[in-house]
Design a protein around this ligand. Structure first.
Ligand code: TNX
Length: 524
């Protein structure tokens, strides 16, 4: 038996033996695990009506020899202490006096192909989280965090207990790609701001974070062989602020930070359009024949690389090589949207060349739906934002599709006409609009086996810091998280809105500046 798996079996046996009698005296109130604040909602819940009392005597037991498992357990311990001020001990073996043990471990009982599946069994004395993979355990930790009530019950025992309902949760996502995108080009977001967003996405079980690293207004990642991209091209942003960029070290730090949360970062260099900042830094790249200047406005579609110059491709080969070397993702996103001043034949030529180049660097190409005009290979991925016909065309070429329809998924759309941030060219998207649709049937005729997943882009023309980002992202990102995880037949808006209301304590505790939509029955 694998030692880690043996570990879980051993600990569960120890818990049953050592803690078996400790909680008998507690008269738990009746509970119902099925009525809970969980977002996304799990696929299977069996409630058993009693309680597990999280208290100062609760310990977390994990195989501490494994650095990754220890990280996951510590992540839960820190979260518990933020939520309750209780800081559980994390150890290999429960202390004899421990009352209530949270046990985290890998198991062979779950199919390892179910990469993010997990199970949680909760009884009076123990809460056992198991999964076939570390990613599954990390997802399960988010479920535990969400099950902890905001208030303790101080009357049923000699010390305060945070009562978690007993029962069993068996869970796994419907989609393997559940992403969010942040545009760090229109306005730059610092490493700490990006990390903060990654943590919020992790809480809702997202597993991909797409970074839009370049656009007309700024180039945001250091390329050592072409230093002016950041010396010149990163020095501004929408509205004329000072901009900024990530050094390669900082980008690697973000990749690692996300990976510890089992989130993959997908880098995007948007081209051949949306390239004013690069062309301004290196004018030989420019293909629109006009004089170049910094651009701090919000128009789109006026810039292009020169798609017929060999030097453009020599430059891009360096860019893709350097980024690929620091990006473990299997994907490289080439953008490809709104290249309105690139001739159609040049655009197709460009995308075909880039697809090959990306593949030569060991990656699969992703591009916005316009790339379907090119002769795509089946390993590439089209990202639908506004043209269902191009999503269908890409799928016919054998490509998988990421669904990000602007009318549903765009977190930068205003909620309604009174929203203080955001645009509304695609739609006003209230929280129920973001929730009430089915990604699997959204594009008529798109085969479901071609749907890789869903992604919520957040363009940053109107936002420049965490508070503004959070106003647009929350609570709608929670809707997209559930669409990617929970099967359609388990989704119901009125019931979801109650669960979302129960997330208020999370938003407040983390000081998340969410939009307090009137569609949600918030307690306050
Ligand atoms: C369209 S969506 C764009 C972006 C803008 C966004 C604003 C897409 C692929 N292109 O350049 O930022 O609208 O909502």
């Amino acid at each position: 038996m694998n030692t880690k798996i043996y570990f879980l079996a051993l600990v569960v046996a120890t818990i049953i033996m050592s803690c078996g009698n400790n909680s008998k005296s507690i008269d738990y109130p009746e509970t119902d695990l099925a009525v809970n604040p969980l977002i996304p909602y799990p696929i299977q819940i069996e409630a058993s009506g009693s309680g597990f009392g999280l208290s100062t005597n609760t310990e977390i037991v994990v195989d501490t020899e494994s650095e990754n498992l220890k990280f996951i357990a510590d992540y839960l311990a820190n979260s518990i202490s933020d939520q309750t001020k209780i800081h559980p001990v994390v150890s290999n073996k429960p202390n004899k006096r421990a009352r209530g043990v949270i046990c985290i471990g890998l198991t062979k009982e779950i199919d390892p192909k179910k990469e993010e599946a997990y199970e949680i069994s909760i009884s009076n004395d123990s809460l056992v989280l198991s999964a076939a993979t570390e990613a599954g355990l990390f997802r399960g930790v988010q479920t535990i965090r969400q099950l902890i009530p905001p208030m303790s019950n101080d009357t049923i025992y000699k010390e305060p207990l945070y009562v978690i309902p007993t029962g069993k949760i068996v869970d796994e996502p419907v989609m393997s790609y559940r992403g969010a995108m942040l545009d760090v080009a229109r306005h730059f977001f610092t490493v700490d701001e990006v990390k903060r967003y990654i943590d919020q996405l992790a809480y809702f079980k997202f597993n991909k974070f797409h970074m839009h690293l370049s656009d007309d207004q700024g180039w945001r990642i250091e390329i050592k062989s072409w230093p002016k991209l950041t010396e010149v091209g990163a020095q501004s942003e929408v509205g004329g602020g000072e901009g900024g960029f990530y050094t390669q070290e900082q980008f690697k730090d973000l990749v690692d930070y996300a990976a510890q949360r089992y989130i993959e970062i997908i880098p995007e260099i948007d081209m051949p359009g949306h390239t004013n900042a690069a062309c301004y830094s290196y004018p030989f790249l420019n293909g629109n024949g006009k004089d170049l200047e910094y651009y701090t406005g919000t128009q789109v579609g006026f810039s292009t690389f020169d798609a017929r110059k060999d030097s453009t491709y020599l430059f891009l080969d360096d860019v893709i090589r350097e980024i690929s070397a620091i990006s473990p993702s299997e994907y490289f996103h080439i953008g490809g949207d709104e290249s309105h001043v690139t001739k159609k034949a040049d655009y197709i030529y460009f995308v075909d060349k880039l697809e090959e180049m990306v593949q030569n660097h060991g990656k699969r190409m992703i591009g916005w739906n316009e790339i379907a005009q090119a002769d795509l290979s089946p390993s590439s991925v089209g990202q639908l934002w506004n043209e269902p016909h191009n999503a269908l065309k890409a799928a016919e070429a054998g490509c998988s599709i990421i669904l990000s329809p602007a009318t549903k998924c765009y977190l930068d759309m205003q909620y309604d006409s009174t929203s203080i941030y955001g645009l509304h060219w695609a739609a006003y998207i209230e929280v129920d609009d973001a929730y009430n649709w089915d990604p699997l049937t959204f594009v008529e005729g798109l085969p479901q086996d071609k749907i890789l997943g869903i992604e919520a882009p957040l363009w940053s023309e109107t936002i420049s810091n965490s508070a503004e980002l959070e106003y647009l992202a929350f609570p709608r990102a929670a809707c997209i998280a559930e669409l990617g995880w929970t099967p359609q037949d388990r989704r119901d808006w009125s019931e979801f809105s109650l669960r979302l209301a129960m997330q208020e304590s999370y938003f407040e505790r983390e000081n998340i500046q969410y939009y307090p939509s009137s569609k949600i029955p918030w307690a306050k």
